[in-house]
Design a protein around this ligand. Sequence first.
Ligand SMILES: Nc1ncnc2c1ncn2[C@@H]1O[C@H](COP(=O)(O)OP(=O)(O)OP(=O)(O)O)[C@@H](O)[C@H]1O
Ligand SMILES: [Mg+2]
Length: 279
Amino acid sequence: MNKLIDNSYSHAKLDVIKEKSLNYVIKTFDYDLNRVSCNISKQNQFTNKTLGNVSLMSVPITEITKHKREISIKMPYIDGLNGSDIILYSHRSNFISFLNFVESYFLESFKKVNYENVDANILLKKVDDIFSNIRFKIPISKKTIVNSINKTKNYAFPIGDCHGDFTLDNIIIGNDGRFYLIDFLVTYLETPLQDFVKLKQDTEYGWCVRKLSKSDQTKANVFFDKIKALPILKKLEIEHTKEVKILNLISLLRIAPYVRDKITENWLVHQLNKITRDL
Ligand SMILES: Nc1ncnc2c1ncn2[C@@H]1O[C@H](COP(=O)(O)OP(=O)(O)OP(=O)(O)O)[C@@H](O)[C@H]1O
Ligand SMILES: [Mg+2]
């Protein structure tokens, strides 16, 4: 459980408490409180579902305490493993369940989308916001990004529900066999493609293994390749090439304002360099 506290990347503080022999996670935020409130609602409004033989739910937030400059939330502690633990340390059968889960999750998300033309200005505004908050030198100029976005006037996005921060660390396989989602995020554009690019942040760019040894990274890559080869993910990449390319770029850029350590900074610079080559 100590790992839980080390795992937190955002500025939120995580604690585990015990009450009447049950464990709870207390997460405290002291930034972006309006946004945090929206994220909490998103987590609690998630409709639990059964995907094939997989049961999926969000971890319910059972208590919200608002102070002037802080919000604390309480939720049950889920005994189990998160997605990156599964990839690195778990039994193969868990990984197979995980693959099935990812496949069914995206199939289900795309059942309920509506295709809408999205004005490039929505994307440009987000880029503007990000650039005004970046505190170190990134290897790509705002102008290059703006030009790349403007190459397409109307983007056809599949609009529909998404988690918003669908990284491996935000997915837990419970010891009860269920899948649990935590850490929902309201985004500037609600599309399941956001979940796709967040998954790519791990499987293609190695976000969750960026601080690990080369040998752990190599081990993870074997599994990342299997996730990337899932038919639904291949299909999304082909059918939404332009949209994925831009969302992917913005999604990586969104990390920049939160970078606090050199490893993450170097990781991000490296990934942005790679992406810039095919803009
Ligand atoms: N309710 C919970 N039950 C079990 N484990 C949890 C729970 N909440 C968080 N964790 C564990 O702690 C880790 C970090 O939690 P969380 O994602 O909420 O933090 P974070 O600071 O938002 O991290 P990041 O911003 O990198 O996603 C998770 O990957 C998970 O392993
Ligand atoms: Mg998280």
